[in-house]
Design a protein around this ligand. Sequence first.
Ligand code: CTP
Ligand code: CA
Length: 226
Amino acid sequence: RQLIERPKDMAGLRLLVTAGPTQEALDPVRYLTNHSSGKMGYALACEAAKRGAKVTLVSGPTALEKPLFTETVDVVSAKDMFEAVAARQKEQDIIIKAAAVADYRPSRYHNDKIKKADGSTGLELSRTDDILLYLGEHKKSGQYLCGFSMETANMLENSQKKLKRKNADMIVANNLKVDGAGFAGDTNIVTIITRQHITELPCMSKEEVANQILDYILQERGASMN
Ligand code: CTP
Ligand code: CA
């Protein structure tokens, strides 16, 4: 779809999207990460830009081309992503956390490649900062905060807990156990969860999912301002 065909219903809005995985280095040749192609987050950035939003995309390492008409900030680790997002949080009207942030990082980075040895690795992990939790705790008035949720069981219940605990306005829940959903594909099946509503979307392209999410956010923002 061409840029000019989209209604500019996000003109004047500043939106920050995070996308892709993070990588947590163990040594110069190894890292911990999550499955994530970045496609969903990039689709959100791209569609929002087409709709006239001023978009900042904070991206972990992906194989995707940078979307046009967005400011892209490349990051590697959860710590990098945290710093990039926290530094830009205040000026945003909408923040969407589509990134698959690693929950753990190796406690210690080894400057030299670790050589293999017999027996257990003794690998020690530490928790990363929860960026969405931080954003919820520091939410500006009128700011809309949307997180994602990846579950293989109890999707609704767990996602509703995340919505409340992280003070988000919306959680877009992915059920990994469903065909047509998930990481690498071009389609997705998601459930949009807010305080008031649960909306299951059918299988559609990530571009369409992105526009549905944006529609929903605009609607909710509009409703809360009336
Ligand atoms: N998230 C984040 N920072 C982290 C971990 C997660 O900002 N360190 C965000 C993700 O970007 C996503 C939301 O929190 O928007 C939910 O991520 P998910 O992995 O589904 O849930 P967690 O809260 O990490 O809990 P768990 O992995 O145990 O299900
Ligand atoms: Ca997690």
